[in-house]
Ligand binder design. Structure first.
Ligand code: PXG
Length: 441
């Protein structure tokens, strides 16, 4: 039999969240990466303006993280996490909970943001049941929220495109309005001054459904995937107060905002608002090995533990790969790198320069709004009439051809570079965008 060549066949791989036919006609393959750059299959250096997908916060193929993974693979490849464990998983949990604010003292491990979200929603339901308040089954998300692609995540998520293919999901979900109001907020630097009252919609949902039916509210402190929607000043504080008033748990989905993206360990710390749970993924391992986690406050953990007799399993939940040794090793090394290289501080110090660079695009062709916080930026474009998303897609492909990776969300270009980015590279991203915006119709 002649040997088959599989290397040049793009057909079998059903690519996620990708226009498969369009992509396969003009593929963009990344073959290696180091620091701030990818190398493309046609041998070009691509400056990474998105930290992969908001996740490679310490830069690509960091030698300390690579070494930790290699060593771990040779020492302990896998250990079952049910009724068994390996020592480093406890070390990692202990270290992580020293970084979390308040009494977010317990951590449950999963493997993706989607799993972390579904885990947090299940913990919320289980917590209320354990308290004897089993009527609290309703989950509240927000328009333009992204919480991954599990059934729970798409139900509370606010992106209709992610759920309309799948019919009715579970009942008992409702949504807050998103917080974006360009008339009052356009071109805000950092948090918009106006819009805290969007949080009051939670009072209305309480009025509609009654607090006794509501288990939890889940929001991203900064909505990422739907185009960087930054919370108005006072909004998150107000959400917290309303949740407290009605006994509703508040979950922050920090899959993007966790691990330095805003210049602090977590958005909760940055905004000074303590949620009852935080979900994280992405930056927890610098994306080198899949891992996610849910942090819970002490009260939630204690309630669930105490509701079960000793010897009983307190939470019927977990994954084959919860606290996988390679992910744990990658995360421990990643936390070392964040600490030793002062990357969260670096992000904070660089953010005024970043802000000025993003806002220097005011007046550039097609631009109708600019938003920034920490090392996150968004450039909102006027949609091409009758062709939504087309213009931004061409900006994305134009930047890629010009050697810069940006991310498209609808008609918005999102930026979230690794926290190791240099000022000259910030300039390169912005100048490339300016040039491409000039060329695109
Ligand atoms: N929550 C949030 C806030 C996210 O941003 C998830 C949950 C789900 O994580 P997983 O690991 O299951 O994908 C995410 C993921 C984009 C983009 O283009 C963003 C994400 C994923 C893919 C694309 O903005 N975020």
């Amino acid at each position: 039999m002649p040997e088959l060549d599989f290397s040049n066949n793009l057909d079998a791989f059903w690519m996620p969240f990708t226009a498969n036919r369009q992509f396969k006609n003009a593929p963009r393959l990344l073959v290696s990466a180091k620091g701030m750059h990818y190398r493309s299959h046609d041998g070009r250096q691509i400056l990474d303006g998105t930290a992969g997908l908001w996740c490679v916060n310490a830069g690509h193929s960091h030698p300390r993280i690579v070494e930790a993974i290699q060593t771990q693979a040779g020492e302990l490849d896998y250990a079952p996490p049910f009724q068994m464990a390996h020592p480093k998983s406890f070390e990692l949990a202990a270290r992580l909970t020293t970084m979390t604010p308040g009494d977010l003292d317990h951590v449950f491990f999963a493997n993706s943001g989607s799993e972390a979200v579904d885990t947090a929603l299940k913990i919320a339901l289980a917590y209320h049941r354990a308290r004897g308040d089993a009527g609290r089954v309703r989950l509240i998300g927000r328009e333009r929220g992204y919480h991954g692609v599990g059934f729970g995540g798409i139900a509370v998520g606010g992106m209709v495109g992610n759920r309309k293919q799948f019919g009715a999901l579970f009942a008992g979900v409702d949504h807050l309005p998103h917080t974006y109001d360009p008339k009052r907020q356009a071109y805000s630097r950092g948090q918009p001054e106006e819009g805290a009252e969007f949080a009051d919609a939670l009072e209305r949902l309480v009025g509609l459904h009654d607090a006794s039916s509501i288990a939890a509210v889940i929001v991203e402190p900064v909505a990422g995937s739907t185009g960087v929607l930054i919370p108005p000043k006072g909004y998150l504080e107000r959400l917290r107060a309303i949740c407290d008033k009605h006994g509703i748990l508040l979950i922050f989905d920090e899959v993007i905002t966790g691990f330095g993206r805003l210049g602090s360990a977590f958005g909760a710390e940055y905004f000074g608002v303590l949620p009852d749970m935080i979900t994280v993924a992405k930056g927890i391992t610098n994306a080198a090995v899949p891992m996610s986690a849910v942090f819970t406050r002490k009260r939630i953990f204690d309630t669930l533990i105490e509701a079960t007799p000793v010897g009983g399993i307190e939470l019927a939940h977990g994954y084959t790969y919860s606290a996988h040794p390679l992910a744990v090793a990658a995360s421990l090394a990643t936390l070392d790198v964040y600490r030793d290289e002062g990357l969260f501080e670096r992000a904070r110090e660089l953010s005024p320069y970043w802000e000025d660079a993003i806002h220097s695009l005011k007046g550039a062709r097609h631009v109708i709004d600019l938003r920034n916080i920490g090392l996150v930026g968004a450039i909102e474009l006027e949609p091409r009439p009758g062709q939504p998303m087309k213009r931004a897609y061409e900006v994305f492909t134009g930047c890629y051809a010009a050697g810069v990776l940006v991310r498209q969300a609808g008609d918005i270009i999102c930026l979230s570079p690794p926290l190791i980015i240099e000022k000259s590279q910030v300039d390169q991203i912005v100048e490339t965008l300016r040039k491409v915006l000039e060329q695109v119709e």
